[in-house]
Write a protein that binds this ligand. Structure first.
Ligand SMILES: Nc1ncnc2c1ncn2[C@@H]1O[C@H](COP(=O)(O)OP(=O)(O)O)[C@@H](O)[C@H]1O
Ligand SMILES: CC(=O)N[C@@H](CCC(=O)OP(=O)(O)O)C(=O)O
Length: 277
């Protein structure tokens, strides 16, 4: 863990589903303000899966996913840029500014914040080897640029795109980019905010929330079909960070009042905290 200007750093991933409902956006702003008021620096990274699915439908494109990861051809990439930068980023920034937060909207290609290269075809087990198309792997994060924005009093709000040295833009899962940012900044806290608000033995039963989960249990639950879809890459990406300098990692619903400070202080009242085996 590290600090900038003596302040602790929280990196917050906002899933697209957290942005659909105005009350969730207010809850998110309140939670971020709690951290800022408590002296934290906050960096926000967002996806936009649902907005992207909608815009793909408008353009007559059908979303294709393998284990929760979107296959992205050139037409899809155009829509990814429009949905993430043109819609979600602007709406998130205006909502934070409207709630008194100095949000600075940008995307992973801005100042090469997120440098990336094409992801090679991946082995998806029973589903075989799949080329995900215009999907990138993170090469590096421009930490100096993020530090500049933080020192200037901004909350960077970054759309999950990457860019190569040759200027090629890539779609990258927001859970992947956020872990790379948290690692590069050696963040004290990584919050994965999502509407579902945690990992559950049965999503329909709020009381079945896991307060803690370790990687072994997560893999067992994936094998058993209890953990599916986007929760699979979210957990796998995050567990790899626990022994790489990031302090606390938690999945929380951003509209849970006090939820971000709760996980920051380890009370366990909100969300699911990821722990070592
Ligand atoms: N056991 C589980 N507990 C919680 N969520 C789960 C579980 N299994 C699958 N999910 C799904 O994972 C989704 C969260 O992942 P994802 O769609 O990537 O979220 P976001 O885009 O909001 O970050 C939830 O909407 C939920 O449907
Ligand atoms: C390669 C890949 O999967 N990219 C993601 C980027 C958006 C995202 O991650 O949005 P959420 O955080 O709302 O899921 C996608 O195309 O859906």
């Amino acid at each position: 863990m590290t600090s900038i200007n003596g302040k602790r750093i929280a990196v917050i991933k906002v899933g697209g589903d957290m942005l659909e409902d105005p009350s969730d956006r207010i809850g998110l702003a309140d939670n971020i303000r709690d951290l800022l008021d408590a002296g934290w620096y906050c960096v926000v990274l967002h996806g936009g899966g649902p907005q992207l699915n909608r815009l793909q439908a408008v353009h007559g494109l059908t979303p294709t996913k393998v284990d929760g990861r979107r296959v992205t051809n050139q037409d899809d990439l155009t829509v990814v840029k429009q949905a993430l930068c043109g819609e979600v980023n602007v709406d998130l920034v205006r909502s934070l500014i409207g709630n008194g937060i100095a949000a600075f909207g940008c995307h992973g290609a801005s100042g090469k914040l997120i440098e990336a290269r094409k992801r090679p075809p991946m082995d998806f087990g029973a589903q075989g080897i799949v080329d995900l198309g215009e999907v990138g792997d993170v090469v590096s994060i421009n930490v100096a640029a993020i530090e500049c924005l933080l020192s200037a009093g901004f909350v960077p709000v970054i759309a999950s795109l990457g860019v190569s040295d040759q200027g090629q833009v890539f779609n990258i899962n927001a859970d992947t980019t956020v872990t790379a940012i948290a690692k590069a900044l050696q963040a004290d806290l990584l919050i994965l905010s999502t509407k579902v608000g945690g990992v559950f033995a049965d999503i329909a039963q709020p009381s079945s929330r896991f307060k803690h989960i370790d990687a072994e249990l997560a893999e067992q639950l994936i094998r058993d079909g209890v953990i599916t879809d986007g929760m699979i890459p979210k957990l796998r990406e995050s567990f790899s960070l626990l022994n790489q300098g990031v302090g606390v990692i938690a999945i929380v619903n951003a509209s849970d009042k006090g939820g971000f400070l709760d996980v920051a202080t380890g009370k366990g009242l909100a969300g699911t905290r990821l722990i070592q085996n």
